[in-house]
Write a protein that binds this ligand. Structure first.
Ligand SMILES: [Zn+2]
Length: 111
């Protein structure tokens, strides 16, 4: 990770690091101001889930599916292929699940 400015996640409010990001990163490029990695994953997956639920086992909801190691692995593969600035290692899945349903830009939401 390159050095960046201290900022705050726009979505959940935790301190986050802003940085330039890799211009080649397709999903989830880091920005100077934006969301923390976990919120970025939530937003990315929610966008994805509007298009296709192909990553989901039949009948499962996203928050259930995100606990499944093979689903986590597939998401990791999507990030890797897209040269994302977010790596699978920095994702805290329990936090992603906790953040799944919060109102975007809610203030003072802390876990
Ligand atoms: Zn956040």
């Amino acid at each position: 990770m390159t050095a960046g400015n201290e900022t705050q996640c726009r979505r959940c409010g935790i301190p986050a690091k802003g940085s330039k990001g890799n211009p080649k990163a397709r999903p989830l490029r880091r920005a100077m101001v934006g969301e923390c990695s976990n919120c970025a994953i939530v937003l990315f997956l929610q966008k994805l889930s509007n298009m296709s639920s192909g990553l989901l086992p039949p009948g499962a909801t996203w928050t259930e599916a995100l606990r499944l190691p093979h689903v986590q692995k597939q998401i990791g593969a999507v990030l890797r292929v897209g040269q994302s600035d977010v790596t699978i290692e920095e994702i805290d899945w329990e936090r992603v699940i906790a953040l799944w349903d919060i109102e975007p830009h809610a203030e003072g939401v802390l876990f």
